[in-house]
Design a protein around this ligand. Sequence first.
Ligand code: PMP
Length: 439
Amino acid sequence: MESQPVRASTRLDSYVDRYAARTAGMTASEIRALFAVASRPEVVSLAGGMPNISGLPLDVVGGVISELVATQGPVAMQYGSGQGVPELREQICEVMRLEGIEAHPDDVVVTVGSQQAVDLVTRIFCDPGDVVICEAPSYVGALGVFKAYQCGVVHAEMDADGLVPEALQQAITATKAAGKTIKFLYTIPNFHNPAGVTLSAARRHEVLEICRREDILVLEDNPYGLLGFSHEPMRALRADEAEGVIYLGSFSKTFAPGFRVGWALAPHAVREKLVLAQESATLCPPQFSQMAVSAYLSGHDWQGQIKQFREMYRERRDAMVEALDDLMPASCRWNVPDGGFYVWLTLPPGIDAKAMLPRAVTARVAYVPGTAFFADGFGSSSMRLSFCYPTPERIREGVRRLAGVLEAEMELRATFGAGAPASGLEARSGYDAPSSDLT
Ligand code: PMP
């Protein structure tokens, strides 16, 4: 009997030569495997951006859904329009009015979360090699989309008031001078993921002015705009510029992400292309989810619910900031966000957040290293800390563990310098991390 050839590893991907070139940008991050470990209950995860559904009255939602099935089941479980349920699109216009936007439901396209809206906009605008300008840092899920469509990303600096207009102008000028085509500016103006900052009112005008002058479309991604802790929602960029802005919204943080309902509000011509792209991607966004969200909005005090969410997240923000003040070494810096889910923390010089992560997970606390939020390898001395999900007590415990790990790391660096021994915890591949760590 002839012996079978032995394969070096059955886990090698035998399709590797057959994938489309665009898949080269679809790579799992090196930290993904660690997050699988981080999702164990003994680990305090300050990593994921999971909305806190425990704040939602599940009995009310259950009632809405059983009534939907009883009264409109055959329609709710059928295919629907590629643009989305008309009644929901009208309600979406009501939601956007809270941020000063006057829009027609005809210009709204419902999407599978705002994540799909980022994908569809990139699909209709970007050829390989086109450039998207992004804040530094920027949302990891959007960077993944831009990479998958083989776009170049050029980052523009932010400070405590959000995107710096001079940095935006400089990024545009340098990119154009390099002969590259800029397709849009991708910006998260409110309670930024991951930086936690908000674009000031004065800068909103400046950013719009620069983009008008340079003829650059703005993709305004705004899932957190209604989750401010201390003031009324800021006026959206789209409220002052209808033609040059595509606005993205989501019910993931103001209601629940499990429904996967978001939307794009686009200039009329763009809206038509988006619907065609939506049809080829999904035929239609899920009818059942849309009708459930619509029934919830019409039958429930959704604004009161958002107020409760805000209070819940403010309490958690306070817990995190107080714990950081009390426990972190003085050489760390962080911001105090006025809404949303995230604190951005910068470590003392010489400490690498990614290198430290295995030790942190061993000490049962997790965060996302800053490098995840840059397309160009920057961010190694920073990390994103999410306060949205754990209880205030767990947040405090997480920060206590993190401070301990950091102090040990600083000692190690002081003793061994850059040659400090590696951690014993290796990242394992093939382990499925929860998608909330990518949000
Ligand atoms: N944009 C930003 C800035 C986000 O933080 C997220 C998720 N955390 C999304 C888009 C996608 O959200 P969803 O698809 O759930 O609407």
